[in-house]
Ligand binder design. Sequence first.
Ligand code: PEP
Ligand code: MG
Length: 567
Amino acid sequence: MYEGVNASDGIGIGVARVAVEPDLTFTPKAGTDATEEKKRYESARSKFVEMTNKQIESMQSRGLVAEAGIMAAHIEFAEDDGMIEAINADIEAGKQAEQAVKDTYDMYYDMFSAMEDELFRERAADIADVRTGLLADLLGQELVDLSTLPENSIVVVRELTPSMTADIDKENVAAIVTETGGRTSHAAIICRALEIPAVLSVENATSIIEGGSLCIVDGTNGTVQVAPDDDTLTEYREKAKKLAEEKAALEAFRGVPTKTADGIEKLLVANIGNPSDAEGAAEHDAEGVGLFRSEFLFMDATELPSEDEQFAAYQKVALRMKGQPVIIRTLDVGGDKEIPYMDLPKEENPFLGYRAIRYCLNNPEEYKVQLRALLRASAFGDIKIMVPLVTCIDEIRKVKALVEECKKELDERGVDYNPNIEVGTMVETPAASLIADILAAECDFFSIGTNDLIGYTMCADRGQDKVAYLYNPYQPAVLRSLQRIIAEGNKAGIMVGMCGEAAADPLFIPVLIGFGLGEFSVSAPSILKARRIISLWTKEEADALVDKIMQFQTDAEVKAALQAAAK
Ligand code: PEP
Ligand code: MG
């Protein structure tokens, strides 16, 4: 059994198809004709752009909007002025086109790979993809083609690039195995969007898995088994059947209101990272968007997105959600979210430093660009503004004052917006929890960010394996904090939601019902599952469970009690 990163849930059983990559080695030539080499480079570039545009069209026609967005980023890299200039300068200095392309793309690849932020490091894969496309054309090589696979194929590739997936026929691919990529890589995002089970970063997968061998890929647990024995095969076939039945049964929860067993309505919305994700949210039957992480717009750019660019992105989500609530979090930069071109100072303790709303309030003109874009988009749907990393009431007051300034500026420009746009707090710091009563008096809503709240409450870095045992929502300290936030919000009569991962935890959902949470914001594929769990509990049962677990002193006792009570 081989292990890797469990990047996309589900079980795939099928025959390994190991993708052979093109041979992109070449012997450097000296004394090349610069004019001729530039022409070759230009031709490779335009063919690459043409081919990528076709792939984008094909993806769009299959509803793969997010994936098409990733491919569009390839065109941006291929047509990046800085890269083109560097390559042409190298050619003029005597390099052949292949060498100039390789050297420049290698340099950018190294630069992105060395970045601290995982999301940026993952962009290196896109650069490598464009480099492969250009070099393959210059060297007259064919690229890996996954468009003509037989039924039940297990695709095994060194690296799954977005362009490779352009023509993947979901029906024929049972699972995907790669040698590279983490849970936030584009490969992972695409596999999850296509709902193809995937295990990434299996060491030497393309050499240890022989083409034609029968494989079992368990994307939920991150394992790959080659040539399994009959008993294992039967066991996994059963598991796959059960999963398929469970998924089919969830369809009963599509198109119905989200209610507890005793009829208390809850709002069940989705977390999204970019505007095209709104499509997936709607397809999975979300009742709105509970968290749009706007920093993705900034991360996907090479400079601060303009008011018009931001407006277009927010408007797209507002229109797609057709009047349903859309909570957009303003720029949450810093900590685990690095945006290189913003050049924030390096800090010893970035999680306690100059980040999120602290940065924004220190750069009010920059922040107002985003606030104006949000206000303009509010004319097209129920957009709400959410402020990240709040620790004191002054921050909320300052944001509200800036919103008022922006409204006046839009009035002067004669631009429409929702004058009653709501402003809420992302409650994700112990300080915000402790002053929840003060914040609730001046906010329109709360959304609890457990991902950070757990980390800051337990002083345990959310990405650090060694302290992972402390990082969970079952910790009594976290439970008390959540209970307090929800109670204070409810007392003030404002909506209290949760957009951290805990909102989708099946064990934790009854606790949140007991605490009185009103809105659950989860990833799009978790919507129906969460609706089902909510429907299984009455408030009375959830209250009894809360009374019980609040007596415990350790997270282990709490978790055990929740497991025993799970329906
Ligand atoms: C959170 O902190 O819980 C949250 C939802 O935001 P992020 O994971 O983007 O920090
Ligand atoms: Mg957070």
